[in-house]
Design a protein around this ligand. Structure first.
Ligand code: SAM
Length: 253
C-alpha cells in the first residue's frame, strides 16, 4: 500500500493541475489571467464561438429584440450600443427584426470576434444597421448621454473592471434610456467576479438607474432591464456622428 502513495499523490497533483487549467482557460475564459490573456483567448475561440454557443435566434428575437422594442415603443429608430458584442449576436437580431429602423454599434475588445461579426453583417447585408468598433468597455469613446439603449449580454463577469464598464455604459446612456444586461445565475465558479443579483441591483442604483427588472432568461443567465433616471429627447439612429467622441481605433466596418 505504502508503495502506491507516491503514485496516488502524483495522480492527485495531475488532476489538480488539469482542473486548474480547465477552470482558468475554459470555465472562466481567462478572466483571472488578465485582460490580455482574456482577449487572446477570445481571439483564439472566435472561429468556434457560434458553434460552441449554439444561440437559438428565434428565442433571441422573442426574448431580446421584441421586448426591447416593446420597452422603447413608439421609438423604432433608436441608437443602440451593444458592449462586448462578440460575434454581433445583439446587432444581428435587432437588424433582422422587421420593426427595427435604428442603428446598433457593436463594440468589443477582440479583433477576431469582430471579424466574425463583420462576416455575418456583410453576408446579411446589414451594413446600414450595424457599425462595429474595437474598443475597451472600461473607456467608451462616446460623449455622455449619447444612446437610447445600451446592451451588454453575458459579458460583465468577464471584464477586468466591471464596475468601470457599467459606469461607462450608464454615462453614455441618455436620461430615460434603457439598459439591458445579464447576470450569471450560478456565481460559485467565478468567485470575486460574477456578481449576485443583490450586488448588481446595488451597483445599478448607485449609478442612478431605476425600475430595475430581473427576468428569467436562460439556464445560466437572467436578464436585467433598467432605466436611467431623468428624461430627455430620443437620440435616434442619425445621432451616431454626434455620439462619437474620438476615433482612436479604426472601425471594423
Ligand atoms: C461571452 S462573450 C459574449 C458576447 C455577446 N455579448 C453574446 O452574447 O454572444 C464576452 C465578450 O466580451 C468581450 N469583452 C470582455 N471584456 C471586454 C472589455 N473590457 N471590453 C470590450 N469587450 C470585452 C470579449 O471579447 C467577448 O467577445
Amino acid at each position: 500500500m505504502s508503495g502506491n502513495v507516491p503514485v496516488l499523490l502524483f495522480g492527485a497533483a495531475i488532476f489538480v493541475v488539469a482542473f486548474l487549467i480547465w477552470w482558468l482557460i475554459f470555465e472562466t475564459e481567462g478572466v483571472y489571467l488578465g485582460r490580455r490573456v482574456m482577449v487572446a483567448l477570445y481571439d483564439l475561440y472566435a472561429a468556434r464561438y457560434d458553434r460552441i454557443k449554439q444561440f437559438d435566434e428565434t428565442a433571441d428575437i422573442t426574448l431580446i429584440s421584441q421586448p426591447l422594442l416593446d420597452r422603447i415603443a413608439p421609438l423604432d429608430n433608436p441608437l443602440i450600443l451593444d458592449v462586448a458584442t462578440g460575434t454581433a449576436r445583439v446587432p444581428l437580431i435587432m437588424a433582422r427584426n422587421a420593426r427595427f429602423r435604428g442603428r446598433v454599434i457593436g463594440l468589443d475588445a477582440s479583433r477576431r470576434m469582430l471579424e466574425k461579426a463583420r462576416e455575418k453583417v456583410v453576408a446579411g447585408r446589414f451594413e446600414s444597421f450595424i457599425t462595429l468598433l474595437r474598443e475597451d468597455a472600461s473607456e467608451l469613446p462616446f460623449k455622455d448621454d449619447s444612446f437610447d439603449v445600451v446592451t451588454c449580454l453575458e459579458a460583465l463577469e468577464f471584464m477586468p473592471r466591471p464596475q468601470e464598464a457599467l459606469a461607462e455604459m450608464i454615462r453614455v446612456l441618455r436620461p430615460g434610456g434603457l439598459l439591458l444586461t445579464s447576470i450569471r445565475i450560478d456565481t460559485r465558479w467565478m468567485p470575486g467576479r460574477a456578481w449576485s443579483e443583490f450586488r448588481l441591483r446595488a451597483e445599478l442604483e448607485a449609478l442612478g438607474m431605476r425600475d430595475i427588472d430581473v427576468m428569467i432568461w436562460q439556464e445560466d443567465y437572467s436578464q436585467v432591464w433598467a432605466l436611467k433616471t431623468g428624461r430627455s429627447r430620443p437620440i435616434r439612429a442619425d445621432g451616431l456622428g454626434h455620439a462619437m467622441q474620438s476615433a482612436r481605433q479604426v472601425p471594423i466596418s
